[in-house]
Design a protein around this ligand. Sequence first.
Ligand code: ADE
Ligand code: ZN
Ligand code: ZN
Length: 259
Amino acid sequence: MRSLLIVVFVVLFSSVSLTASEDWGKTGHRTMGEIAAKHLSKRAAKKISALLGGESLAFVSTYADEIRSDDAYRKYGPWHYVNFPFGGRYENTPKNKKGDIIVGIQNCIDVLKDATSSQKDKEFYLRLLVHFIGDLHMPLHVGLKEDKGGNSFKVKWFGKQTNLHSVWDTKIIEGYGMSFTELTSNVDALSKKEIQTIQSGAVTDWMYESRALCEDVYANTSVGENLGYKYMYRYVNVSRKQLQKAGLRLASILNEIYG
Ligand code: ADE
Ligand code: ZN
Ligand code: ZN
C-alpha cells in the first residue's frame, strides 16, 4: 500500500512539473514541425532526414523541452523566450545576459551554416532550432519579465486553477481536441504568393508579430478570470495561424541553409 501511494505521488508530481515547463505543448510543436516538413525542398528534406537519423521534424520538435529539466542543458533555458515591456522595443531593452530566443535561434543557424561544425552539433542545434521557431510564434514567449511570460498570471481553465502561459502553451490547442496530423491537414489553404509573404521578413519581425498578439491577449484577459469555451473559440484560430506561420518560416530557414 505504501509503495502504491509513493508511485501515485511520483506520477502526479512528475506530470505537474512536466506540464509546467512544456511550451506550445507537444501537439503545437509537432504541428509546426509537420507543416515545415511539407514545405521543404527535396534537397533540404534529404539532408535533414540524414542528420536526424530518419526522425521527423515533428518528432524532434519537443526535444528542447525534454532536456530542459536536465542540469547539463540549463544554459539553453533562456533561449525559449524573450521578455521586454509593452510599448518597448527589444533593441532598446537591456538584454538577458544568459541569452534569449533571438540569440538562441541565431546560434542554432550559425552552427548549421558552419561547414566546420560536427555532425553531432548540427543534429543537436537543428533539434533546438525546430523547437525555438515554434516558441517564437507563441505570443507569451514574447512576454513580460514581471509575470514570467504569464507563468505567474493566475487564471482558471474550465474552473481549474492554472496560469495564462499554460492556457496558451497547451490548453487552447489541446482543448480543441485535434491531433497534430489533423491540425496539419486542416491549415488555411494559401496561394504561393501568400506563403512567400509569410516567409518574408526577419526573425525579429516575426517576434514583433507575437508581441502584438501578446498585447492583445493581455487586453482581453483578466487576472483570476475563469476561461472556457468562449476564450478557446476566440483564440484557437489565432493559435492555429501562428503554428502555420511557424512551420512555413522554419521551412524557409531550412531551405535556405540546405539549398
Ligand atoms: N520564463 C520567463 N519568461 C518566460 C516567457 N516569456 N516564456 C516562457 N518562460 C519564461
Ligand atoms: Zn511556454
Ligand atoms: Zn520551448
